[in-house]
Design a binder for this molecule. Structure first.
Ligand code: HEC
Length: 122
């Protein structure tokens, strides 16, 4: 009986440890660099748009550049941008999809070429 209780407690502790800490206001994972996501990524849309997305550092850089080009996202100081992209690529990377992967461009309607995930002409 006692060992069963211990097992249950152990299982509960393991689960609690596996889930990362998240900020209750934004829903962002609390990890090095999260303050920059908190500061720069919730002004125009829900933080949920950020936390539902997945990608590597290139993906996040392209998404930021696309918002700067087309959505009036401001310049982010270089040191903050570097820490922010590292944070996003570490915590919201494609190895851990929260939703289905993005459709390939060939399956998108032609107006979707403006999307940040579409290949951009250099
Ligand atoms: C100045 C306004 C603004 C700020 C600040 C902003 N965004 Fe956006 N972002 C937008 C707009 C507008 C869209 C398009 C929303 C839509 O399609 O409904 C968008 C869309 C997105 C998307 C979805 C892209 C897709 O493929 O659908 C992601 C991810 C995203 N933003 C991440 C971020 C991150 C990370 C930050 C912080 C660096 C940020 N946003 C800050 C304006 C902003």
């Amino acid at each position: 009986m006692r060992s069963a209780t211990t097992l249950v407690l152990l299982a509960l502790c393991t689960c609690a440890q596996a889930a990362p800490d998240t900020d209750p206001r934004s829903g962002l994972i609390i990890d090095e660099g999260w303050v920059y996501a908190n500061a720069h990524c919730g002004a125009c849309h829900s933080y949920a748009l950020v936390t539902a997305q997945r990608g590597d550092a290139d993906f996040w850089l392209n998404t930021i550049r696309w918002m700067q080009r087309t959505q009036k996202l401001w310049e982010i100081p270089q040191d903050q941008e570097t820490a922010l992209i590292a944070y996003l690529a570490r915590n919201y990377n494609e190895d851990d999809w929260g939703r289905r992967p993005l459709l390939p461009p060939s399956l998108l309607p032609s107006h979707a070429s403006e999307s940040p995930s579409a290949p951009q002409p250099e």
